[in-house]
Write a protein that binds this ligand. Structure first.
Ligand code: BGC
Length: 436
């Protein structure tokens, strides 16, 4: 999409809302009204938008030579300073929820040393969001950890759980009561899921070398960077950390709705179905068990995986690919939501769903396709309590850095100027109607 077709924040956005295309599918009258407290949101994560997150494990990895990142995170979207502007965009779209992360490495830059200024910052964000009438949805841990935590072995060491619990308790006390939903972890099953992707599997030894080089850089004998660590070792430790973090946070906020989010692809069997069963047992079953008593489960879906005997098969020839080299496949959300709701018995909140593309009209189509399926699942009685799109902003997309655009809002890389995309206003029309 060219800059000219974007709607600038500074002018014309309301006109665009009124003049924009209607919602796809049946007319409004034929749609099903959703529960009044249905969450319509957009998401970000601290490290991907804040900028200058120098104390995190990722920052260390981004600055090794060589490294696996297209560019370092740098200033990201400067949201650490521009968060009010970002929340105003959420409001402008007509959404009622903003999911964002608190950065452990800012809050606890050294073990046991808590930054009151950083805690105050996040408290201001929570309160500022609530003042706008938008529900803050807090991620306690979105992949990144403090560099000192990584240097102690991160999620590969049971003894490290206590560090996380201390952080959760401290943060829960500081954040106050102006938010109702939280996630302990974002996609703790991602490392296992990635290990089924042929491309990623090939890069694993390279990441392992990166962790070894990072250890040397921080003067430790090890460095366990999320999510490129020993997943088999980390998974039970993170599951235990999740269970105990819920207890720690609920001791402060018993009323909070708490869960974790899972990376969930629409998993489909290839010609040999035995791979699918093994993949599900490896990537999902332990986590479906881990969330069994949670208030909800967060489902994060970007597409489908066709699973071969040993690993996922490449996308079929000739299909439309996204900037993340995945198949454009909005049908996935209906399948994943139905599956996870059934497998866990938990209410579902779609805590991420989105597509990397420079063609914003494809994002609009992706939203329509995803929401049509979500509407069918809800009509059939699946307990879905929210839809949060990834992402609010074009941001730091991990190893792809700034080369993959998931945002409903574009961010100029030199001025940080935000520009609403038509897809942002399109999603907002669903939210304002609160029906599917
Ligand atoms: C993660 C985000 C990431 C997004 C798109 C999810 O796995 O939670 O941090 O940017 O996918 O790749």
């Amino acid at each position: 999409m060219s800059r000219r077709t974007m709607i600038h924040l500074a002018g014309g956005s309301l006109a665009a809302t009124l003049a924009g295309p209607g919602l796809a599918g049946p007319g409004l009258a034929a749609r099903r009204k959703l529960r009044p407290d249905f969450l319509w949101g957009a998401a970000t994560a601290g490290h991907q938008v804040e900028g200058g997150n120098v104390n995190s494990d990722s920052w260390v990895m981004e600055h090794l030579q060589p490294n696996a990142f297209a560019a370092p995170s740098g200033d990201a979207c400067d949201s650490y300073h521009r968060w009010r502007e970002d929340m105003a965009l959420v409001k402008q779209m007509g959404l009622n929820c903003y999911r964002f992360g608190i950065e452990w490495s800012r809050i606890e830059p050294a073990p046991g040393e808590f930054s009151i200024a950083a805690l105050d910052h996040y408290r201001r964000m929570v309160d500022g969001c609530a003042e706008l009438g938008i529900k803050p949805f807090i991620t306690y841990s979105h992949f990144t950890v403090p560099r000192w935590f990584a240097a102690k072995g991160g999620w590969e060491e049971t003894a490290n759980i206590d560090h996380f619990l201390r952080f959760c308790e401290r943060a829960a006390k500081a954040l106050g009561t102006n938010y109702s939903h939280g996630l302990t972890f974002n996609e703790p099953n991602l490392a296992a899921q990635l290990s089924w992707q042929p491309g990623f599997r090939a890069t694993m030894p390279y990441f392992a070398q990166g962790n070894a080089a990072a250890a040397k850089a921080v003067g430790s004998d090890r460095f366990s960077s999320t999510p490129v660590f020993d997943a088999a070792r980390a998974a039970p430790i993170q599951a235990e950390a999740h269970r105990r973090a819920i207890e720690a946070i609920k001791a402060v906020r018993p009323d909070l709705q708490l869960g974790l989010s899972l990376a969930v692809a629409d998993e489909q069997a290839g010609p040999d179905p035995s791979g699918l069963q093994r993949k599900i047992a490896h990537v999902y079953t332990p986590w479906f068990e881990a969330v069994a008593k949670d208030d909800f489960v967060g489902v994060q879906t970007y597409g489908r995986a066709v699973v071969g005997k040993e690993m996922d098969l490449p996308p079929p020839q000739g299909v439309e690919l996204t900037q993340a080299d995945t198949e454009f496949y909005p049908q996935a959300l209906e399948a994943t939501v139905r599956w996870v709701a059934k497998a866990t018995g938990r209410p579902v909140i779609v805590s991420e769903n989105g597509v990397a593309t420079t063609d914003d009209s494809r994002r609009v189509a992706f939203i329509d396709g995803s929401l049509a399926g979500l509407g069918r699942a809800i009509k059939d009685g699946v307990d879905v309590r929210g839809y949060i799109h990834w992402s609010l902003l074009d941001n730091f997309e991990w190893n792809r850095a700034y080369t993959a655009q998931f945002g409903l809002v574009a961010v100029d890389r030199t001025t940080f100027r935000r520009t609403m995309k038509p897809s942002g206003l399109h999603l907002g029309r669903y939210a304002r109607a609160n029906s599917l």
